[in-house]
Design a protein around this ligand. Structure first.
Ligand code: HEM
Length: 179
């Protein structure tokens, strides 16, 4: 998985919990990479799962909650790094559909080994959108944080339900309601 996903996670831990917690988290896990992440590197997503589990133990916050918080900060970082102009989109529903048709597609072209998730859109109208997330990584909770932050950035009141469609969470259904 691309290094930005890791560097952003470590930055979030530094900012929200302090560097001592980051160090304690890294000390708790044996990492093939040694934990020295760079934005241009590639790392196994299993490392991310180990890090989040270690952080959850360290700060006593559930893994899911940490992944959602992380998705929120990742959204801001991805928008900044990839210079995405949000005002070119009419709102979060438009944007999320473009992530699949455009943004993640370009990510796959840009880095041969990138495997961003794919989405399918089952029903879309002005106030409700149903989408399904697919990824072997099972990061539906990260997707939830990304989606919620996306709604905020468009100044929308967005609520969602997230339903895993299998045990590994590699397929997840989201129902989004926009006020
Ligand atoms: C701001 C525009 C976005 C850009 C430039 C972007 C780009 C990326 C990149 C580079 C990765 C890493 C892929 C890899 O390591 O192989 C990624 C992963 C991911 N993206 Fe996006 N993304 C964007 C928005 C979103 C949004 C709005 C969602 C909401 C659902 C989303 C969902 C995810 C998830 C959950 C992952 C983690 C990997 C996985 O689940 O397989 N992304 N994205």
């Amino acid at each position: 998985m691309k290094g930005i996903v890791f560097t952003e996670f470590v930055d979030m831990v530094d900012n929200q919990f302090g560097m001592e917690v980051t160090e304690a988290m890294l000390d708790r896990v044996q990492l093939a990479s040694g934990g020295a992440y760079t934005q241009v590197g590639d790392y196994h997503h299993g490392e991310m799962i180990s890090l989040v589990a270690a952080l959850a133990d360290e700060v006593n916050v559930p893994v899911e909650q940490l992944l959602i918080a992380y998705g929120r900060t990742l959204f801001d970082r991805l928008v900044a790094v990839h210079k995405v102009e949000l005002d070119r989109f009419s709102g979060s529903f438009d944007f999320l559909q473009q992530v699949e048709n455009n943004i993640h597609r370009q990510v796959r072209k840009l880095y041969d080994n990138a495997q961003p998730p794919t989405f399918e859109f089952d029903s879309v109208n002005a106030s409700t959108m149903e989408m399904r997330y697919h990824s072997h990584r099972g990061f539906g909770a990260v997707a939830e944080g990304l989606i919620l932050r996306c709604g905020e950035c468009f100044g929308e009141t967005l609520s969602l339900t997230r339903t895993p469609l299998n045990e590994q969470g590699t397929e997840v259904r989201f129902v989004l309601e926009r006020g």
